[in-house]
Design a protein around this ligand. Structure first.
Ligand code: ASP
Ligand code: MG
Length: 421
C-alpha cells in the first residue's frame, strides 16, 4: 500500500482539490491512505482566532468558514453535503474559545485541529462524489500521544496497534485522514508541531509497512536551496535518508524534521513530487550512497544571537554552560549554533519572541547578556570551493563556523534590535 500526503497549498481552492482527485485516480492500483493538511493558510487563520479569545472573534471565524463553504459550493454546485458538519465545527470552535483550559497550548490544539477536520471532510466527500471509494477517518482514533500540547510525543505501541485496524479498511477503501493531529489518553486533541502532517504520513506508513510515502508539494522535489532565494537551485533525483534528515535539522522546510526517522528505520522510501507537474520524477529519498552531492544551502531567518559573559573574569565552565542549557531546555528552545570562548558563551536560536526574551531575562540574573535579532543563519552543507568563498566572504557576518563538510554563517539581515542585560 501507499501513503500520500497533500499539504495546505495542494488543497488551497476547488481547482487544487480537483487536481488532488486526478492524482489519486491514477494511483488506484494499490491500497491508498491519504493524509491531508488544513487548506491554504487556515492554520494561521485559526491561530489568529486563538489570540482573540475573550474578544470579538465572530468576524474572523465567519471568514474561515466562508472560505471553506465557497470551496464546497464550487466543488458540489447544487447541494452542500457538509452544511451540518460546518455548523458543528463552528460550535466546537466557539465553545473552545468560551471555555477555560489548563494552558493556551491545550486551547490551541482543540481549535487549530479543526482546520484538518474540515479539509479532510471536503476532500473525502469530493472523492466520493466523483465515484472513488473514499472513507473519512479521524486520525485522533489512530495516533495516540502524550499530553504535551503543540509538540505532542507519539505513543508508538498504542498508535501502532490502533493503526493495524486500518489494514482491512484499506482493502476496500481509499482512507482519507488528517495530518498534524492526534489525541492524548483523555481524548483531548493534540498536535505534532507546525507542518507536522509529513510526520503523520510517516507514522501511518511505518505502522502499515507501506511500500512508499509520497509528499506532493508546490516544488519539483527536494532542491539544493529555496528557489525563491536562489533561482539557480537544482532538484535532487535521489538523496540518502541521512542527508535528508540532516537537511531538515539545518532548517530546510521541504520536509518536517521528524519525518525521516520512522521511514528510514523501516526502509520505506519517501518521494517528494510536484503537485503542479506530475510528470516530473521528483526526489526519491531512500537508502543509497551518493559520492558527490552538490552543495546544499539552507537559509533560516529570524535568528537571535545571545552571548553570555561571566562578570568577574572567571572562565566559562561546564557548570555555567549547564545553567544555560537547563534554561533553554525548560523552555523547549533549540539551539542552532554554538560558540564558546574563555569568558563568553554564544548561541543562536529561532527568535520566538516571548520565550527568548524570558530566557534572556533569566540568564541576565547570572551573566552579562548581549543579544541581537534580525539575523539569518545560512548553512552550506557539502560545500565546494566556490560556495565556501561566496558565503564566507560576506560583509555582514556576525558569527561563522566550519567543519569538513559544513559551513555556517550568521549574517545581519533585517533591521535588528540589539540589547544588553
Ligand atoms: N496545517 C498544519 C500547519 O500548517 C500542519 C501541516 O500543514 O503540516 O502547520
Ligand atoms: Mg501546511
Amino acid at each position: 500500500m501507499r501513503v500520500f500526503k497533500f499539504g495546505g497549498a495542494s488543497v488551497r481552492n476547488a481547482d487544487s482539490i480537483k487536481k488532488v482527485a486526478t492524482i489519486i485516480k491514477s494511483y488506484t492500483d494499490q491500497p491508498l491512505l491519504i493524509v491531508v493538511s488544513a487548506m491554504g493558510k487556515t492554520t494561521n487563520a485559526l491561530e489568529g482566532l486563538i489570540n482573540l479569545k475573550g474578544h470579538d472573534y465572530e468576524n474572523e471565524l465567519d471568514q474561515i468558514l466562508t472560505f471553506h463553504s465557497t470551496i464546497i459550493e464550487e466543488l458540489f454546485e447544487d447541494v452542500n453535503p457538509l452544511a451540518a458538519e460546518l455548523q458543528s465545527i463552528r460550535s466546537i470552535i466557539a465553545e473552545q474559545l468560551r471555555k477555560s483550559h489548563t494552558s493556551t497550548e491545550e486551547l490551541y490544539d482543540q481549535v487549530v485541529s479543526q482546520g484538518e477536520i474540515i479539509s479532510t471532510l471536503i476532500v473525502s466527500a469530493y472523492l466520493k462524489k466523483i465515484g472513488l471509494p473514499s472513507i473519512w477517518k479521524d486520525a485522533r482514533e489512530y495516533i495516540s500521544t502524550d499530553a504535551s500540547f503543540c509538540e505532542a510525543i507519539v505513543d508508538w505501541p498504542q498508535s501502532n496497534s490502533q493503526i493495524q485496524s486500518l489494514i482491512e479498511v484499506l482493502n476496500k477503501n481509499i482512507v482519507i485522514t488528517q495530518g498534524f493531529i492526534g489525541a492524548n489518553k483523555n481524548g483531548l486533541t493534540t498536535t505534532l508541531g507546525r507542518e507536522g502532517s509529513d510526520f503523520s504520513a510517516a507514522i501511518f506508513a511505518s505502522c502499515l509497512s507501506a511500500e512508499s510515502v509520497t509528499i506532493w508539494k508546490d516544488v519539483p522535489g527536494v532542491m539544493s536551496a529555496d528557489p525563491k532565494r536562489l533561482p539557480t537551485a537544482i532538484t535532487f533525483d535521489e538523496l540518502p535518508f541521512r542527508e535528508a534528515a540532516e537537511m531538515t535539522y539545518y532548517g530546510a522546510s521541504v520536509i518536517h524534521p521528524k519525518t525521516i526517522k520512522p521511514l528510514a528505520n523501516r526502509n520505506i522510501p519517501l518521494f517528494v513530487k510536484s503537485f503542479d507537474n506530475t510528470n516530473l520524477a521528483g526526489t526519491r529519498i531512500h537508502e543509497c550512497k551518493i559520492d558527490h552531492l552538490p552543495p546544499l544551502i539552507v537559509f533560516k531567518d529570524n535568528q537571535c544571537l545571545i552571548s553570555c559573559q561571566v562578570t568577574d573574569y572567571t572562565f566559562i565552565d561546564e557548570s555555567q554552560i549547564g545553567i544555560i542549557f537547563n534554561a533553554l531546555s525548560a523552555r523547549s528552545l533549540k539551539v542552532n549554533m554554538i560558540q564558546n570562548s574563555a569568558i563568553s558563551f554564544s548561541f543562536c536560536l529561532d527568535f520566538k519572541e516571548e520565550k527568548v526574551l524570558a530566557l534572556i531575562e533569566e540568564l541576565g540574573k547570572i551573566f552579562e547578556v548581549y543579544y541581537n535579532t534580525g539575523l539569518t543563519l545560512i548553512t552550506i552543507k557539502n560545500y565546494d570551493t566556490d560556495s565556501f568563498n561566496k558565503y564566507k566572504n560576506q560583509t555582514n557576518v556576525v558569527l561563522e563556523q566550519s567543519s569538513r563538510s559544513t559551513l555556517q554563517v550568521l549574517i545581519k539581515s533585517n533591521p535588528s534590535i540589539a540589547g544588553e542585560l
